[in-house]
Structure formats: C-alpha cells, structure tokens
Design a binder for this molecule. Sequence first.
Ligand code: ADP
Ligand code: ASP
Ligand code: MG
Length: 404
Amino acid sequence: MAIVVQKYGGSSVADVDRLRKVADRVVRTRRAGHDVVVVVSAMGDTTDELLALAKSLSPNPDRRELDMLLSAGERISMALLSIAIRELGGEAISFTGSQSGIITNDRHIDARIIEVRPFRVQDELARGKIVVVAGYQGMSYRREITTLGRGGSDTTAVAMAAALGAEYCEICSDVDGVYSADPRVVPSARRIPALSYEETQELAEAGAKVLNAQAVEFAKEKGIAIYARATASPLPGEDPTVDGTVVRRHPPRLPGTVVGVSGERDILVLDYRTNGGGIAGADALLSALNDLRVSGKHLEIGGGRVTMIVPRENLHEEDRVRRTLAEKFGDACRLADSLAAVSAVGAGINASFDHVRRGTAALSSSGLAAASLSTSSNRITWTIDRARLDDAVRLLHATFIKND
Ligand code: ADP
Ligand code: ASP
Ligand code: MG
C-alpha cells in the first residue's frame, strides 16, 4: 500500500472538535486504501504559551530546558489525536520524535534533522496501524531531546515522507494553499496552483509562514512533492478544482514573473562598524554571534560595515545577546528593532533592474523610503519601517501581481 504523510498545524488541532475533524479525515484516508502517517503540531497557541511561561521565569531560558518544555506541546496533541482516531474505529498509535527515529544535531532550539530511522513507524504500519508522530522534535545523537525551530512540524513531515518513500506529503493548515501574499494582509491575493522548490523556499524564507523553509529544502533534496491544502479540504483526487498548491520540480516560468510578496515583521537589523581590518575585521563579531548561537541572513560586509538580518523567531535569549554584544563591541554594534523586511519573489526577478526600480519607486511614492535593499537571483528584499509592513506588502503586491 502507498504511504501518505499528512501534517496538521496548530490551528487544525486547536480544540477537541477540530481534533475530531482531523481524526475523521485521517480515517477516511486510511479507508481509501493508504498507509497513513500523521504529523501533528501543538494545539493552537500552546508553543507560544509554553515559551511565555519560561520567559516569565527567566529572560534567557536555557536552550536545553526549553526543548524539554516545548516538545511537550506536540506530545499532548499526538496522544489526543490517537485517542480520537481510535474512537472512530481506526487503529492508531502515537510516537514522539525520538521514538519515530528523528535524529538531529545537538543545536537546541533550532536543531537540524541529520537522519531518520523510522523502524518503529514502519513496524506499526506493517501491523495496519495509523501512526501519529509528534512534529517539531527529535533526539540528538547524544540522546538529548531537541526541537527544530518554529514551524518545524512541516520539516518532520517532509523528513518522514522522504524516509518512508511516501507517495506524497500533505501539509494541512487553515489556508488552502500558498497564495501570492498572506491572504490575511492582501485579501485579493491568489492561490498559486503550482510552485517550484526554489520559489517556495524563497517565499518561506522571506516570511510566508504557510510552509517552513527548511521543510522545502528537505523536500527539494529528496524530490518529495508537497501538497499544501486546507484541513477542511477534500482528500486528494476527490475534487481537483480545490487542490491547494503543489510544490515540486517545475520547468522554469517565464523569467521575471513575480510569484509572490512576503513580509517578515519580527526581525532585528544588525549594523556593525568594523573599525578597520577590511572584511576580516568582521571576524570578531561573527565569532561572537556563533558563540551565542545567533543566526543571521542577508549578510553584507564592506566599506567598514557589517549588516545582516537576524530573525527573532528562534531567538529566545535576546537579552543575553544584547548584553554580550554591548560588552564586546559597545556602540559599534547596533541591533535595530524598528525595521521589517518585505520581499518580492520570482525566478529571474533580477535579470534586469526593472523590478528593483519599480518596487523602490512604488514604495517611495507612498512615503515608504527603504532603509536597505538586497537581492538574490530569485528575490528582492527591502527593509522598511516596521509599522508600515502591511502597507508595503499590499503595495508591492499591487505593483507586481496583476489582479483580475
Ligand atoms: P499551521 O499552524 O497550520 O502550521 P501557520 O500559521 O504556520 O499554520 O501558517 C498558515 C498561515 O500562514 C495562514 O493562516 C496565513 O495567514 C499565513 N501566510 C503567510 N503567507 C502566506 C502565503 N503566501 N500563502 C498562504 N498563507 C500565508
Ligand atoms: N508547535 C511549533 C510552533 O508553534 C511547531 C509547529 O507548529 O510547526 O512553532
Ligand atoms: Mg506552520
């Protein structure tokens, strides 16, 4: 029997009624003749609530202890979903990440999966069981519990699908696919029926929460097709007109076609004056950031300055980071929290400077002077005043994506 991996996000399992609906969808998938592995997120805002509890005790909670705490969220939902499936007559068994064989490196809080040994999952599938796996977590080779960074249940699902040779991996959420912008911000955004791995990865890295960037990276590496669908949608094949978004290898689009616009609100913009030493003058800073386990992106070094964007999503010791950087570098290193990033994504978007010019002109004509701009072959990112991020997303969407 073909194996199907389905992942249900936090809003899809937020309460008992929704858990029952998910259980019903899982049981129907099984009855349609598939072996089913289900990956679940923590219920609703559980992860945020657990984090807030830890923060109320310490501004810099220990990373290992946070992993012990946060992994409990998914453990609750896996057991409840398994109970709900059994109540509907399905045979289910739940496993934590470590029981499922998810082996990670030892970087607590944002660990990376290095191997999946899904023997217990395979055994239970062979016994005819539906296997429910706790998302977002694994075990390091030192046998410590780790978590995969916010939104990491998507990665669990794709990694499991790859290890099991699944037919496909469904990521089920409160939105029925990947849109040209967050539909909560741009009501006229359109669902994109098919995306390449590269386009999806850029959209996700630029802030489109619907699919996790690391999950897409994994899917690309292993050639797994991801279907992003609404939890309330029919099963695959039942109604092709509402078939979400498929992410897989695609022939290139017309170069320069903008597929989407994403915003990233919760970032710090780091600015460091190197005080001479050329590019090597940045080394002390990069080494300090490594020691603090801070990751950054869009790194630029030159002209006596280092700049980068530090996402705050997995930064739970900001207080300690700020204090350490101030002790080591004083005023030479600044972390601005008044900026956000807005990006336009599309393969070949920078083949000419048209998109950079049009986007920048649209932003400045609305009084949204960008603080910086950076590009890759598939993306243009502007940093702008955080208070006006949603305006910027709407503006760039109207500029680049034709509306009916
Ligand atoms: P889950 O809890 O199921 O993992 P997430 O909250 O992580 O769900 O992601 C779904 C949310 O992502 C949607 O509610 C939507 O507001 C947001 N989102 C942001 N950008 C996009 C986009 N380009 N397309 C669809 N949804 C998006
Ligand atoms: N529960 C985790 C989070 O809120 C993981 C996930 O939902 O994918 O980030
Ligand atoms: Mg998510």
